[in-house]
Design a protein around this ligand. Structure first.
Ligand code: SAH
Length: 236
């Protein structure tokens, strides 16, 4: 009798593990951390766009950082992703996404794919994201990661962001996540009239700018000081 009860319990455990393999593997252990992050780091600092907040709640940042750093994924800071590069602080990702005033029909260019995290956030807010990464190893791993996670409206290429992506221009918005020392002219050319570019400018001391392209030229708005890795020049 006792044996039958034990084997029933074991059978029930086996069934539950079969039906919920994902939660048992701890695939989404961080939903609570993510909500906490959005409330305390993002909303608390004034980000209001509901689509940006929703995207930040949904995209699993821990899947974009090295495995050993997963438990730090929802802290208020950038993290190393290898090759001396970093995934930006969550607040900066949210701020840049909001500053670009994205519509769901927008076609966006990102410079500096890195881990692919910012691209994933943008992909939930806009129609399509083209993203360029100069380091092949990062471009390949981000492309694979985004594909695996089902972001089929993101296209990654390895190349020099200073050249933009003329085949898909003009863009409604351009988000630059590495810092050039001055506004890259080619990128301004690839922006639609009415388009917005969010870009950190400077070398050691950097400021984030919103550049709006109008019929008569560009309008620059200085936002606040930031710290990004430099936007490097490709060979040639
Ligand atoms: N957006 C990324 C973080 C960017 S870190 C994320 O969400 O994870 C900046 C990235 O810009 C680095 O990966 C760096 O290799 C890349 N980068 C630097 N100069 C570049 C250039 N000229 N063109 C394209 N990518 C560049």
């Amino acid at each position: 009798m006792k044996n039958i009860r034990v084997s029933r319990i074991l059978l029930a455990i086996a069934l539950v593990s079969f039906l919920y393999p994902v939660s048992l593997e701890g695939e989404d252990d961080f939903a609570e951390e993510r909500n906490f992050m959005v409330k305390n780091q993002i909303e608390a600092r004034g980000i209001k766009d509901p689509r940006v907040l929703q995207a930040m709640k949904e995209v699993k940042r821990h899947l974009f950082v090295p495995k050993t750093l997963r438990e730090w994924a929802y802290t208020d800071s950038p993290l190393p992703i290898g090759l001396k590069q970093t995934i930006s602080q969550p607040f900066i990702v949210a701020y840049m996404s909001e500053a670009a005033h994205l519509k769901e029909t927008d076609c966006v260019l990102e410079i500096g794919t890195g881990s692919g995290y910012q691209a994933a956030i943008l992909a939930r807010i806009a129609d399509h994201v083209y993203t360029i990464e100069i380091l092949k190893e990062l471009a390949d791993s981000a492309s694979e990661r985004l594909k695996k996670l089902g972001y089929d409206n993101v296209t990654v290429k390895c190349g020099d962001g200073y050249k933009g992506w003329p085949e898909h221009a003009p863009f409604d918005a351009i988000i630059v996540t590495a810092a050039p020392s001055k506004i890259p002219e080619e990128l301004v050319k690839q922006l639609k009239v009415g388009g917005r570019m969010v870009v950190p400018i400077g070398s050691f001391y950097q400021e984030l700018y919103l550049i709006e392209k109008t019929e008569s030229g560009i309008r620059k708005t200085k936002l606040f000081p930031v710290r990004f890795v430099p936007m490097v020049h490709g060979l040639e």
